[in-house]
Design a protein around this ligand. Structure first.
Ligand code: NAD
Ligand code: GDU
Length: 344
């Protein structure tokens, strides 16, 4: 049987595709390449170019492959963009999840793993690690669009022979330790991506968004989880569903937070490079501290993280960024060569 990975050309989906292949699974990727890259898809995966909202294509994918589980990563993820274009986010993250779930159920496929987010929690009354039962009060359309998808999946699982696990990711970072894939999105706004770019002189420095939070050093605290541990949690979720596990929504984080300053100091130490820090105002919509209580995933999914170390997260992110730089230089050389030999 094969696993369908939607969004498998993107950051997390491409790590998932590699991890599934490593585990001996057959993999089918469906991606429209809006932010992902064809080269990020492992060569051994079967690739379909297209939209998860395309019902005809979904029917074709399900007819041409023996799929027993869907892992749904495809989506739009930029919080400020979701504020500016909310309906596009509800379309891509909510409506298309509905279409995909409908096609999955119609094809008789019972297992579904969904990429949710810590953004469903919004501001919490206190800064202790957040449990799944905490109040759900997303602060932006991105978080709302994911929460609405969770609710639809829960209701569908009550009505049909269909079970799902929704994993609420905290701050995903780092790259495949074997260097096969990483975060390649141009213009990504993730703190660790920005910091490694600065360490490698790809940008002039890093803006710190807010120094007056009620945290020990005044900067925001987040729970950074290595992408390889995150995809391992998905493998565990897949076995859980195949064993007959009930519908489940679970946090994915390590349960400990680092401040922006701690992250930036780690990037400087690990890279051996210094870069400018610009202390600025808070970014609208940011919470002071977002840390997971992930005991549910550890207990029910039997998930044990193996890369719970900020140094490792930063080392792998740096290695991938260097690879991207070499790749760009290679692309430029090839372009120059082609121009030099082109007949005009
Ligand atoms: N990166 C994070 O820190 C983070 C945190 C929480 C949740 N998530 C969720 O994880 C999932 C993957 O995120 P990512 O960081 O890998 O993002 P990404 O942008 O790198 O990957 C998304 C992939 O989905 C594809 N895609 C988007 N819409 C599509 C559509 N309609 N049809 C087919 N393909 C489509 C894109 O081309 C891309 O390859 C998303 O659903 C996101 O909301 C990510
Ligand atoms: O240049 C930067 C970028 C970030 N930050 C700070 O670093 C922390 C982390 O910010 P990120 O943008 O890396 O991530 P968020 O915590 O904003 O997380 C949001 O974006 C993530 C992906 O970027 C996930 O989607 C997550 O679910 C969603 O809530 C925040 O305190 C932020 O203010 C800076 O100081 N400077």
């Amino acid at each position: 049987m094969a696993v369908l990975v939607t969004g498998g050309a993107g950051y997390i989906g491409s790590h998932m595709a590699w991890a599934l292949l490593d585990a001996g699974e057959e993999v089918v990727v469906l991606d429209r390449l809006s932010t992902g890259f064809r080269w990020a898809v492992p060569p051994a995966a079967r690739f379909y170019l297209g939209d998860v909202g395309n019902q005809d294509l979904l029917a074709q994918v399900f007819a041409e492959n023996r799929i027993d589980a869907v892992m749904h990563f495809a989506g739009s993820i930029v919080v400020p963009q979701s504020v500016a274009h909310p309906l596009e986010y509800y379309d891509n993250n909510t409506s298309k999840t509905r279409l995909l779930a409908e096609a999955t159920i119609a094809a008789g496929i019972k297992h579904f793993v969904f990429s949710s987010t810590a953004a469903v929690y919004g501001d919490q009354p206190d800064d202790t690690p957040v449990l799944e039962s905490a109040p759900l009060q997303p602060k932006n359309p991105y978080g709302q669009s994911k929460l609405m998808a969770e609710i639809m999946l829960r209701d569908a699982a009550s009505a049909h022979d269909f079970r799902f696990v929704a994993l609420r990711y905290f701050n995903v970072a780092g790259a495949d330790p074997q260097g096969r894939t990483g975060l390649s999105t141009v213009g990504a706004t993730h703190l660790i991506k920005i910091a490694v770019e600065a360490a490698l002189a790809q940008r002039s420095g890093v803006d710190i968004f807010g120094t007056d939070y009620p945290t020990p050093d005044g900067t925001g605290i987040r729970d950074y989880i290595h992408v390889s541990d995150l995809v391992e949690a998905h493998l565990r979720a897949l076995s859980y569903l195949r064993r007959g596990g009930e519908a489940l929504i679970a946090n994915c984080g390590y349960g400990r937070g680092y401040s922006v300053l701690e992250v930036l100091q780690t990037v400087m130490r690990v890279s051996g490079e210094r870069f400018d820090l610009r202390y600025g105002p808070r970014r609208p919509g940011d919470a002071a501290s977002v840390v997971a209580n992930a005991t549910l995933a550890r207990r029910l999914l039997d998930w044990t993280p193996r890369h719970d170390d900020l140094d490792v997260i930063v080392q792998t992110a740096l290695a991938w960024e260097r690879h991207l730089m070499e790749r760009k230089i290679g692309d430029l050389r090839e372009l120059r060569q082609r121009l030099a030999t082109a007949a005009f």
